[in-house]
Design a binder for this molecule. Structure first.
Ligand code: ACO
Length: 373
């Protein structure tokens, strides 16, 4: 293996946004633990914290909320672009296209400023919900100013106002997924920003990276796995067979966490709140069996439940279609991507690493070789 493969263990820059402590399973944003933020704050407050460095005072929050709500609507031409897409398009591809189109229509999305961050973060749920309704043959719904950012997203998708528990759960989910150190999509966004490109391009790049199953593409796979297992009684046999085939159990393992992912812990509590009791019992049984059998099959690898396992359970329980799990992750993470762009440009240097050479040479072209034109 070339040294530094996957950049594991390499410190690639500095941040004061989120601290991921993998050995002890702790995550904090600007010094506040994720559990405390999820218990006491809203997504809007957390976004303010990420972008500005401090939690807002009540008057600051009120002013920020007014701006956030005012930015939700998307230009009609963005909806027209989404209308042109096939109803079979992957929602992540539709999101990438919609955000890119938005970037050509709203100049502020090009700015690496809080205005640019807001212009994109506020509108991503609207783009997603519009595409979902169009693919169902329905007309997009206008955003509702009386609902929070995450609850309004559920409303625009489903057409009905979420229950208090659903609104609470989706808002917590948005808080928990908002930022996570130098993960692949965030690091990509920082690279884009480091070239002095624009906010929209950084977010579009982040969407492309998040789509991959080793990053944000796992939660729908978790649901597929749970559906395939079907019953509590089948869990052990199914998991044993999957591991014997050399397959990975979706929702387990993490590059950084060598203890339980702290987000999984909060999401498990949320799942208990929104999932039907017998479903929740099934999910817990599968989790228990998976952890036991992973330790048996891969002793000492320290594979624990990651954020995706209970994300899938929570997002399913609040009524999201499985192919909207990763796009919903993107809707939350947009705030983190934007925060990293702001941090990168505030103290910028082009990100341009070197590579270890493993090719042949040096060599010369022999005389008989014909020139190719
Ligand atoms: N199921 C079975 N075995 C696993 C799993 C898993 N979920 N995860 C890791 N392993 C094993 C690997 O087979 C490997 O075993 P080996 O040493 O015998 O070859 C060992 O644990 C180490 O695995 P790596 O692939 O080196 O770990 P890496 O840090 O590169 O991967 C990753 C982390 C991609 C998350 C991995 O754990 C995985 O594929 N998990 C399943 C997919 C998933 O849940 N993704 C969402 C991640 S969370 C997020 O991005 C928000």
């Amino acid at each position: 293996m070339a040294s530094g493969k996957g950049l594991e263990g390499i410190t690639a820059g500095a941040t004061s946004l989120s601290l991921v402590e993998g050995e002890i399973g702790r995550l904090s944003y600007r010094g506040y633990s994720i559990r405390e933020l999820a218990e006491k704050k809203t997504y809007e407050e957390v976004v303010y914290l990420l972008w500005r460095g401090e939690l807002p005072a009540p008057a600051e929050l009120a002013e920020f909320n007014v701006r956030f709500v005012a930015e939700r609507a998307v230009p009609e031409r963005v909806v027209e672009v989404l209308r042109l897409l096939s109803p079979d398009a992957l929602p992540m591809d539709a999101l990438r296209t919609g955000v890119s189109a938005l970037g050509t229509m709203l100049p502020e999305t090009q700015e690496t400023t809080i205005e640019g961050a807001l212009a994109l973060t506020a509108r991503i749920p609207t783009i997603l919900a519009a595409y979902h309704r169009l693919r169902l043959g329905l007309e997009p719904l206008a955003p509702r100013a009386d609902l929070g950012h995450a609850a309004n997203y559920l409303y625009m998708l489903t057409g009905s106002e979420p229950t208090a528990d659903q609104a609470y759960a989706i808002d917590r989910y948005f808080i928990l997924l908002a930022d996570h150190g130098f993960n692949a999509s965030t690091f990509t966004g920082r690279i884009v920003a480091s070239t002095l490109s624009d906010m929209c391009s950084a977010v579009v790049a982040g969407i492309g990276v998040l789509k991959g199953p080793l990053h944000g593409g796992a939660p729908a796979e978790v649901l597929k796995m749970l559906t395939a297992i079907g019953t509590k009684e089948n869990a052990e046999a199914w998991i044993r067979a999957a591991l014997a085939r050399g397959e990975r159990l979706m929702g387990f393992g993490h590059r950084i966490y060598k203890a339980e992912d702290p987000r999984a812990d909060v999401l498990r509590d949320l799942a208990a709140r929104v999932a039907a009791p017998e479903r929740f019992e099934f999910f817990e049984t599968v989790e228990r069996e998976a952890l036991r059998l992973l330790e048996e099959a891969k002793p000492g690898r320290r594979l624990y439940t990651n954020v995706e396992y209970y994300s899938a359970v929570v997002l399913d329980a609040v009524g999201l279609p499985a192919d909207f799990f990763t796009p919903t992750f993107a809707a939350s993470r947009a705030a983190g991507w934007a925060a990293h762009v702001l941090e990168q440009v505030a103290d910028n240097r082009l990100i341009r690493p070197t590579a270890e050479w493993v090719g042949v040479g040096p060599r010369a072209i022999s005389e008989w070789e014909p020139a190719r034109i």
